[in-house]
Design a protein around this ligand. Sequence first.
Ligand code: ADP
Ligand code: ADP
Ligand code: ZN
Length: 210
Amino acid sequence: MSEPHLLLFGPPGAGKGTQSANVADAYGIEHVTTGDALRANKDMETEHGTPREYMEAGELVPDPVVDAIVAEALATAEGYVLDGYPRNLDQAAELDAMTDLDAAAYLSVSESTLVERLTGRRVCTECGRNHHVEFDPPEEAGVCDDCGGELTQREDDTEDVVRERLRVYRENTEPVVERYRERGELIEIDGEQPPEAVWTDLDAAIENVL
Ligand code: ADP
Ligand code: ADP
Ligand code: ZN
């Protein structure tokens, strides 16, 4: 059988990055994430400007830029878990034309929890692992448990930008989630649970469709 093609949906802070890392490990597939790819190319000049200006404001980076990133990543990946794309209906149509999915899972989390998770998130500058000051604190403050790298706060994880990202999510991405739900292709996972319980449910749901 060919390697799985999986999609992980959810609002900012739902746990997509955390759970995608589990999925990639467990299934031996690539974690394709537009957020990380854009952060690594923040100052790339495009005809629409640089990703940085959109990201720091919490707005979507223009479709042609993200579509190209995803097309290139999927062309070389055997199996993958896609995180952070599609974020609007045009991107969803683009993805349909690019590939076939085995499963689309949605992590559902309340808005008050999302704000707590995002403002407390700390990211390792070396390996990319996420910690949380309260929900997943590192053993030593400011130091990554996995690799000893330095933990920093993302510029867009401040309360103001978080509110704007959640608004952009409701306006642009919720219709995409609805579309998958209406087609009967969405697996809903209770993302409010502790990370281990979310992973147990997600893994079982994926096993079930493969
Ligand atoms: P996303 O990629 O969807 O934005 P992340 O995986 O980066 O979300 O998670 C956001 C923050 O919440 C991180 O600091 C992470 O450590 C923490 N987190 C992730 N999953 C959970 C969970 N199930 N319960 C509590 N905190 C979580
Ligand atoms: P989170 O899931 O925690 O909101 P990401 O790391 O996925 O964060 O995304 C960070 C930022 O990168 C977004 O706010 C947006 O500016 C940009 N971005 C990521 N994915 C996309 C996408 N598919 N389309 C447009 N912009 C994107
Ligand atoms: Zn690290």
